[in-house]
Design a protein around this ligand. Structure first.
Ligand SMILES: Cc1cc2nc3c(=O)[nH]c(=O)nc-3n(C[C@H](O)[C@H](O)[C@H](O)COP(=O)(O)O)c2cc1C
Length: 159
């Protein structure tokens, strides 16, 4: 068995672009985390509501996962950085679907490119897995060609 699943959350499409391309290159299954409560799409409220929810670890009302994680030996986590950490959808996923003994890759997307803190936090929470590598991508949808190159290199290194 060498099956890979890409689990991701995306609020504005960047992590979706990244996750779908990684899944294609790795011939992996892919699942988008869906939640009931999200910040407003526009204005300052987006950052205030979203940032606060991430820091306070609010439960966003995660819909049940469709894939069965026990069927996979590699999990690739893809998410946007919110207030320096990962968004509530990812926090809630880690709480409800803890997994161990798998190969773990982490891909963080952000506006600043500063994602290491969130990657370290996730590694700590998922420490009972074998860490395979991480990738930090800056504004993927504004830099599609560059990011596709970074993704290709990352997937090659995992082989
Ligand atoms: C609520 C919120 C908080 C954010 N906080 C940060 C942050 O702390 N650092 C950063 O570099 N980018 C931050 N961003 C920007 C996103 O991480 C970045 O735009 C990312 O590519 C969005 O991915 P998505 O389109 O998949 O949602 C934040 C965005 C939102 C909506």
């Amino acid at each position: 068995m060498n099956k890979t699943v890409v689990i991701y959350y995306s609020f504005e499409g960047n992590s979706e672009f990244v996750a779908e391309n990684i899944a294609k290159l790795m011939s992996a299954d892919v699942e988008k985390l869906q939640v009931k409560n999200e910040p407003p799409k526009k204005g300052l409220g987006k950052f205030l509501h979203g940032g606060k929810a991430a820091l306070l670890k609010d439960d966003p009302g995660l819909f049940p996962l469709q894939v069965d994680l026990t069927a996979y030996d590699t999990v690739v986590m893809v998410y946007p950085v919110w207030a320096g950490t990962f968004p509530p959808a990812i926090q809630e996923f880690l709480k409800q679907y803890p997994f161990e003994g798998k190969k773990l890759c982490i891909v963080a997307n952000s506006a600043s490119g500063a994602a290491q803190k969130s990657i370290d936090q996730m590694k700590e929470i998922l420490k009972n897995n074998t860490f395979c590598g991480s990738l930090s991508l800056q504004n993927p949808k504004r830099n599609e060609e560059k990011v596709l190159g970074q993704i290709r290199e990352f997937v090659e290194r995992l082989k």
